[in-house]
Design a binder for this molecule. Structure first.
Ligand code: NAP
Ligand code: MG
Length: 483
């Protein structure tokens, strides 16, 4: 195995104080992919000081010039796309083709926000007093701490650092300990494009509680961008309250996927399979969690769905035509399986999958057979909790009114999907779903151009769109007295 992977602080590749390391494991076969330096509290202080120092110059650079750096990163990421995708598959497990799509999408945030940087405009506002003038401007909020999860090792990083850098902020990123390699490779790209030292720092650690607390409560950090579980988010919010730190949160979800009787059958079927199983094996915050099928078409839809799921190819991410890779670790696999088993004891019927995969190809990885459960009810934990894995609970409904009520009966509010060919219903349902992202006859997710984020306990603030850059700014009103 190669040397210890160093982290990137203040423009240098450094080892952690104390010299500890942690392993990055390939979830397809449990081999150690890399040994990574394990950041400690003094490293956090170093990284934050670097980001604070770098802020002075970076924040006053012309937006167009900051944009040039971002465009440079985008270009180099595209050049190294397959190399980055290889890292994503190695550390995360998702199929290589899917990883390539992720990297291609992730780099687009640099392009989008390079352009948005130039449109961070203000206002000139008429004053009620003749001798005064008002103007309102946006300024970068300051050094940012970004904390990201493992399910999209590239996108979760770029969706935060691109808008932060565009706005004029500097960043200390703490990537998930399961997937630090992609983040480090992005830092290398930033270095290779000549990004000034200290502007973007990556702190690797698996002591996320201890080191995270130091980073997230550091007085020089003005803003936290966190993507991860709702529970960890709540803890961060409590700690941040002491300093009224600015927060952006992308947290958990529990997406309903509703198939009305008048849906385009094939589109709804393909959409349901894709949104449940073909995004990181169901480990995405916007994955379909509960599939609601109208009773009048359930006899047709359910068997077709089960057939489609039986045909999915579960394999190591580097195998050709792999569609579903391993889950990220044993804990995640065990949690998915526990939800499936619990549903069965409560009366659900498991009609396919729902067990660990064994045998030569699967023996050492965290593979799970894609599951479909029928006769699921809303009160079962599998319908209430975020499954985060390849298990599809199917629920049946009778009326539109009823399904909207059931779909909204959750503390989450990230993504929801529904299929109908009735255009008045489309408008009605889209407006009534309490979710930040609604796919109406669409299961493709979102793009850079629109704001993404959750209602209720799914988050705070928005990433992407025009809103994405505003999250990293403060609004200042200037009152000029002309005397
Ligand atoms: P997680 O356990 O909350 O971890 C997310 C990040 O926070 C990781 O970098 C983790 O480090 C770090 N962390 C964990 N405990 C911490 C603490 N006490 N203080 C500071 N940092 C801490 O979530 P996960 O299991 O990686 O990811 C799955 C969750 O993320 C799901 O709930 C999913 O819905 C959510 N998610 C949401 C979105 C969205 O856009 N809304 C996108 C992707 C994922 P370690 O890796 O070292 O534990
Ligand atoms: Mg976790």
């Amino acid at each position: 195995m190669a040397d210890v992977e160093r982290m990137y602080i203040d423009g240098e590749w450094t080892l952690a104080e104390g010299g500890a390391t942690f392993d990055v494991v390939n979830p397809a076969d449990r081999t150690v992919v890399a040994r990574v330096t394990n950041g400690a509290v003094p490293d956090v202080q170093r990284a934050v000081r670097a980001a604070h120092r770098a802020f002075t110059d970076w924040s006053v650079l012309a937006p167009k010039d900051r944009g040039r750096f971002l465009l440079g990163i985008q270009e180099l990421m595209e050049e190294r796309r397959d190399e980055l995708a290889r890292l994503v598959t190695l550390e995360n497990g998702k199929p290589f083709e899917e990883a390539k799509k992720e990297v291609q999408f992730s780099l687009g945030y640099f392009g989008w926000f390079a352009e948005e940087a130039r449109r961070m405009t203000g206002e000139w506002i008429p004053s009620p007093q003749p001798g005064k003038r008002y103007w309102v401007l946006r300024q970068p909020v300051g050094p940012v701490a970004a904390v990201t999860p493992w399910n999209f090792p590239a996108t979760m990083v770029t969706r935060k650092i691109a808008p932060a850098l565009a706005a004029g902020c500097t960043v200390v990123l703490k990537p998930a300990s399961a997937t630090p390699l992609t983040a480090l490779a992005i830092a290398k790209i930033a270095e290779d494009t000549g990004l000034p030292r200290g502007v973007f720092n990556v702190l690797t650690t698996n002591r996320s509680g201890l080191v995270g607390a130091e980073l997230l409560t550091h007085p020089l950090i003005r803003k936290i961008g966190f993507t991860g579980s709702t529970d960890v988010g709540k803890g961060i919010m409590e700690a941040a309250a002491r300093q009224i730190k600015r927060l952006s949160f992308e947290l958990g979800g529990n997406a309903p996927f509703i198939v009305f009787e008048d849906a385009d059958f094939k589109a709804a079927l393909d959409g349901a399979v894709a949104m449940k199983f073909l995004r990181v094996a169901g480990q995405s915050c916007i994955c379909a969690n509960r599939i609601y099928v109208q009773r009048s078409i359930a006899d047709r839809f359910v068997p077709a769905f089960v057939d489609a799921v039986k045909g999915l190819k579960v394999a190591s991410g580097f195998e050709p035509a792999a569609q579903i890779g391993p889950l990220i670790n044993e804990e995640t696999r065990a949690k998915v399986h526990a939800l499936v088993e619990d549903a069965v004891t409560r009366g659900a019927r498991l009609v396919t999958g729902g067990h660990y995969l064994t045998g030569e190809r699967y023996a050492t990885g965290f593979f799970y057979a894609p599951a479909v459960l029928l006769d699921v009810t809303d009160d079962m934990p599998i319908a209430q909790e975020e499954i985060f894995g390849p298990a599809a609970p199917i629920l049946v409904f009778d009326t539109e009114e009823e399904v909207i009520r059931r779909a909204n009966a959750t503390k989450f509010g990230l993504a929801a999907y529904f299929y109908t060919r009735d255009m008045t219903r489309l408008v009605r349902v889209a407006e009534r779903l309490e979710y930040g992202l609604v796919g109406a006859n669409d299961a493709a997710g979102y793009t850079h151009e629109i704001p993404f984020g959750g209602f209720k306990e799914s988050g705070l603030g928005r990433e992407g769109g025009h809103e994405g850059i505003e999250e990293y700014t403060e609004v200042k009103s200037v009152v000029v007295n002309l005397g």
